[in-house]
Design a protein. Structure first.
Length: 528
């Protein structure tokens, strides 16, 4: 609910929404200090630059287009009773929207200018009125007369820039403003185009679904794999030194061998990847040394064979999250320790708390998930094949009961790669949540005839079997096409923004600058 803000001070929420969509301006009646949003890390002589377009800075400084847009949006939300300093989602949106509008204004203004188009005074007046509507939707003359003249002049300038940018986007894409059902500007949408879109979503298929999650590999299978591959889980007692330069590593090894420095001295020079503060190797299982640390598996034998206090030669190693190499020296600290798989599993279900699972089984499961996804998939594919065999003998439903899996009834939906907003989206039920962008999966399931059952299908982290339960084709006369034109317009505008982001004239430093001077975005914080 809107807050009171002086005489006739209730916010016209509709006008606020219109202003946000049209990306023009809101005239501040009170005052909001946006400066407090900028972190205290900002130095007086350091002006945050969020990006550039064609060399023109999009900077946080007094009077800039960007700062003005942020201030306008902040005032809107402030008058709506929203504290932008505590609501980080709104704060993030304000800065993002203001930045995007500034880039568009810079990019499109020059293109429009070349056409000779100028914004009329009457058009500016028409938009300016929207900022002074009272709760009845009428122009508030008193509020207008009391507004700061300098702010009015600034607002008129902002409106003119906004209308100039809108002229470009409206002429290219069309506009939300309609006359007789058609967009006032831009190309008109053909009825044939609307029929074509309708046909794309008219055919829908429904399914029965059973699925197995690859995250549910039973502990007994994990244990069996560990026993059969025990060498992978031998734990080695090693220390290591790692350097970006081979020459540095070679010189360090010479100094160690000549006793010019101690290994402990060298740890302070070393990169801290793979090791703790004392230089002890933390990723010390055999599979980790071979797959995660060493570039060449041939070096693994030499590293694993190191005796106590023995140094390796300089060995090429990997840098996490990088294609570059590092160069390491390993030291043997003690004997290797074989994994103990002499484990008796409890009869507890797989949902038992993780703390009850022996540590070595957690290690084996991590390895399987990272390096042997095919092994896990094959286990569940075998279960799915057993299900299919039973279904042929009995029925789909009875086989589901025998296999102790839930049968899910999936309502009819069309082929909708990427979940376009024009028609029904792919259901997010279990395995199907990963199908909307998997062309092979969509082809496979929509090729099924009614009552036909699929072979086991790998969909993301699931193994699924589907049975087509029906195919329906909707009559075009029953499809509501009224929203298509606005959806087309929204998609076109999104495409323009995407292309603008990729424009070589656009230097985008928004997020790095935002994090440095404003704060961690809400969407980022939720991941931490």
């Amino acid at each position: 609910m809107a807050k009171e803000n002086g005489k006739k001070g209730k916010v016209n929420v509709g006008a606020v929404i219109i202003l946000i969509i049209s990306a023009l301006v809101f005239i501040p009646v009170g005052s909001v200090s946006i400066a407090q949003l900028i972190s205290s890390r900002k130095e007086e002589a350091n002006t945050p630059v969020f990006g550039k377009y064609d060399g023109k800075k999009i900077a946080w400084e007094a009077g800039s287009d960007f700062a003005q847009k942020v201030s306008n949006y902040a005032e809107m939300y402030q008058r709506a009773g929203i504290d932008i300093n505590t609501n980080t989602n709104i704060r993030d949106y304000i800065f993002q929207q203001a930045y995007q509008e500034t880039v568009e204004s810079y990019a499109y203004a020059e293109k429009v200018k070349k056409t000779g188009y100028t914004v009329s005074k009457r058009a500016v007046d028409h938009e300016l009125i929207n900022a002074f509507l009272n709760t009845d939707g009428n122009f508030d003359q008193e509020a207008y007369n009391s507004a700061d003249k300098a702010k009015l002049a600034s607002a008129r300038e902002s409106i003119e820039k906004g209308l100039t940018a809108n002229r470009y986007t409206d002429d290219l894409n069309g506009s939300f403003t309609k006359v007789n059902g058609e967009s006032l500007y831009g190309s008109k949408i053909s009825s044939k185009e609307l029929d074509f879109i309708s046909k794309m979503g008219a055919e829908k298929h429904s399914f029965d679904l059973v699925q197995w999650s690859t995250t549910d590999l039973p502990e007994e299978e994990v244990l069996a794999y560990g026993k059969d591959n025990a060498d992978k889980f031998t734990k080695y007692d090693l220390s290591a030194l790692t350097f970006d330069s081979r020459d540095t590593a070679v010189n360090t090894l010479k100094q160690l061998k000549s006793n010019e420095i101690t290994f402990e001295d060298a740890v302070s020079r070393s990169s801290q990847i793979y090791i703790d503060s004392l230089g002890k190797l933390t990723s010390n299982y055999a599979y980790a040394i071979e797959n995660e640390i060493l570039v060449s598996k041939e070096d693994a034998a030499a590293v694993k064979a190191l005796e106590k206090d023995q140094l390796s030669e300089v060995i090429e190693t990997k840098q996490p999250y990088s294609t570059s190499s590092s160069y390491s020296i390993f030291r043997g600290d003690g004997p290797a320790k074989a994994a103990d798989f002499n484990i008796t599993l409890d009869a507890a279900p797989a949902s038992e708390e993780e703390s009850s699972v022996p540590e070595i089984l957690k290690v084996v499961r991590t390895y399987l998930t990272s390096y042997e996804s095919g092994y896990i998939e094959n286990y569940f594919i075998n279960k799915a094949n057993k299900f299919l065999t039973d279904a042929k003998v009995s029925s789909f439903d009875e086989a589901a009961v025998s296999a102790n899996v839930e049968k899910k009834e999936i309502p009819a939906f069309p082929v909708n790669y990427g979940n376009s907003a024009f028609f029904d989206v792919t259901p997010s039920e279990g395995a199907l949540s990963g199908a909307s962008r998997d062309e092979a999966v969509l082809k496979q399931i929509f090729a099924l005839d009614v009552d036909q059952v699929s072979e086991p299908i790998v969909i993301g982290s699931y193994i699924a079997v589907l049975k087509c339960t029906g195919i329906q084709i909707e009559d075009l006369a029953n499809i509501d096409q009224s929203s298509y034109s606005s959806t087309i317009l929204s998609n076109d505008q999104l495409s323009m923004r995407t292309n603008l982001d990729k424009d070589p004239k656009h230097e985008n430093n928004f997020w790095s600058t935002y994090i440095k001077y404003v704060g961690m975005p809400a969407s980022f914080s939720s991941v931490q």
